[in-house]
Design a protein around this ligand. Structure first.
Ligand code: AMP
Length: 448
């Protein structure tokens, strides 16, 4: 998972600062590396490094990125290891001039494309699938960059939401199914693109609309133009964006993430009647669903776990040993809230099961009499190949164990998952067209 930003400010040289603000609002989508490329009309300047947006960029650094156009990226590695060489945006010199590109998503035909390209002499510096896109663009025999991008995007398979820039224009493009989100915002003088609408208010931009599946927006000297290059208009946004990834204050595809999570919580309370004293969220990802559950069930909501908000997501650290350590650093139970109580613990999802097992143990150690784990999504049974890093099926606890076995491994008194129909109800119309491969195994783009 990653986040991308694009900024077009024809009258001002402050694209870097605005790109920075956008990335800052998308930090939840990736904490490994970040980068910004800007253009002053002829020259492109770039800076990227490993770390959080606010660690990498300061006033001095931003001042060295002059320009009216900018793109930015926060990275959470899917294809390619976590190292600075793979940080984005990527910037290359090509037959279409200088081109920079930032990618959210994951291609499923990356391996075959890369092999074909290498057989014909292409060389790669990174292990990302993003470099494949740029290489294909550089080799496309097209009259201009826009047409090169379109012809390449027709060959790509999988998920991609891209921001691309040259010296004088900004391009935003989404895959034909619209698996990863991308929105367009308007400034008094200019436009912005962002993975999620929450970044628009941070950038002082007004929400205009989602970039549509199979649509390419070109913002340049001729203003804003839209082209459709593929797809049939039906969107298959990733449903897990609503469950976990997106920030609750974002509106994705016309639906509020916050209200969707509240509805998920309420739906869970209708699906499971559990006798308990408290509803406690796993912070922060379980908070809104827990509120929805508490409101619907009438069981009091309380904060039994406090998160150190200066620690990044535990899942983000690739090694298991680090993850084990991370959970302890991250969460602390509040003894007086929990002592002697029958607790319903709400978390957004159980993937490997490591986090929930530790959280349940924390609650018990703090004196909870019973811990009932209620999961705000269906069992996660298949890996995502479209941009969420969930490794292989062997690591997915629900794919390899019965409900009772998962409950035992996690150590909960009961374990309840949201039904798929319940998730559909909460998300609303169109949910059955969305990408739900992680819950169903139905991959909308065949895996190669
Ligand atoms: P675990 O079951 O230990 O793999 O952790 C699952 C928890 O990590 C969930 O409750 C989410 O809060 C979070 N999570 C789920 N999917 C992802 C993902 N792809 N990347 C990062 N965090 C995730």
């Amino acid at each position: 998972m990653c986040g991308v930003i694009g900024v077009f400010l024809p009258g001002q040289m402050d694209a870097a600062r605005l790109t920075f603000l956008g990335l800052y609002a998308l930090q939840h989508r990736g904490q490994e590396s970040c980068g910004i490329v800007t253009s002053d009309g002829s020259r492109l300047s770039a800076y990227k490094d490993m770390g959080l947006v606010a660690e990498i960029f300061d006033d001095e650094r931003l001042a060295r990125l002059p320009g009216r156009i900018g793109i930015g990226h926060v990275r959470y590695s899917t294809t390619g290891e976590s190292s600075v060489i793979n940080a984005q945006p990527l910037l290359v010199r090509s037959r279409y001039g200088l081109v920079a590109l930032a990618h959210n998503g994951n291609l499923v035909n990356a391996r075959s494309l890369s092999a074909e390209l290498q057989a014909s002499g292409a060389i790669f510096q990174t292990t990302t699938d993003t470099e494949i896109i740029l290489t294909l663009i550089g080799r496309a025999d097209a009259p201009n960059l826009e047409q090169a991008v379109v012809s390449v995007c027709r060959e790509l398979k999988g998920a991609f939401a891209l921001t691309i820039m040259t010296a004088d224009r900004l391009i935003g493009i989404r895959d034909p199914l619209g698996i990863r989100p991308l929105v367009l915002g308007k400034l008094a003088d200019g436009f912005v693109l962002a993975s999620e609408s929450c970044a628009l208010s941070t950038m002082g931009a007004e929400f205009v609309r989602d970039v549509l599946p199979g649509e390419m927006l070109v913002i340049g000297p001729d203003g804003l133009n839209s082209y459709y290059y593929g797809g049939h208009g039906a969107e298959s946004l990733c449903i897990f964006e609503y469950v976990y990834f997106a920030r609750p204050d974002s509106i994705l595809s016309g639906r509020s993430v916050y209200q969707t999570r509240l509805a998920i919580g309420a739906q869970l309370a209708r699906e499971y009647q559990i006798t308990a004293d408290l509803v406690v969220p796993a912070p922060d990802s379980g908070v809104v669903a827990a509120l929805g559950f508490a409101k619907e069930s009438g069981i009091p909501f309380d904060l039994g776990l406090i998160k150190n908000r200066y620690v990044g997501r535990t899942f983000i650290q690739p090694a298991q040993s680090m993850r084990d350590l991370g959970v302890k650093i991250k969460l602390n139970p509040v003894g007086p809230v929990l002592a002697g109580k029958k607790v319903i613990l709400i978390d957004d999802s159980v993937v490997r099961g490591t986090t929930s097992a530790k959280t349940v143990r924390l609650l018990r150690e703090a004196g909870a009499a019973e811990v009932h784990l209620v999961v705000a999504s269906p069992p996660y049974i298949r890996p995502c190949y479209y941009g969420i890093d969930t490794s292989s099926t062997e690591q997915l606890i629900a794919a390899n164990n019965s409900l009772a076995a998962v409950q035992e491994k996690i150590g909960a008194d009961s374990l309840s998952y949201l039904s798929l129909e319940g998730l559909h109800k909460a998300v609303g119309s169109g949910a059955n067209r969305m990408c739900r491969a992680c819950f169903t195994g139905e991959y909308l783009v065949p895996i190669q």
